[in-house]
Design a protein around this ligand. Sequence first.
Ligand code: OFO
Length: 164
Amino acid sequence: MLSKSIESALNNQVRIEAESSQAYLSMAVWAEVKGLEGISSFMYDQSNEERQHMLRLVKFINERGGHAHISELTAPNVTFRSYQEIFEKFLEHEVLVSESINELVHIALQEKDYATHNFLQWYVSEQIEEEAVARTILDKVKMIGDDKGGLYLFDRDIKLLTVK
Ligand code: OFO
């Protein structure tokens, strides 16, 4: 059974995962409209993954006797200066999510809720992986800079990059 404070901390993470999904969906749409098909499909994938992360939390909360809360979301950015900004925001966002997962792990340990602690380990690994992917991509984007040919190849090749 979840304590009220763990339930509310997990529900906060439900919202964060849902907002991540919306943020990446918005990036996918921006890239699609700009004709950056590869970046767009990468971001659609990220958005779907974040929704799965949200659902995994929803199920866990409900299975443990809590009540998952589906809340209002903060609207994401819809315009970006450049595709580089998308990947900067992508990494920034993943770092924030990792911090929030770490905080959750901390609360679970404090409350000696080992079931929740165990459940959260999947998210800890996932965040390590996602941050690494976001960093690698951003490094490449910075290397390309304003080179149009580089962007063309990057947009083609990013389709091959998936988080899993
Ligand atoms: Fe939900 O995995 Fe990253 O943010």
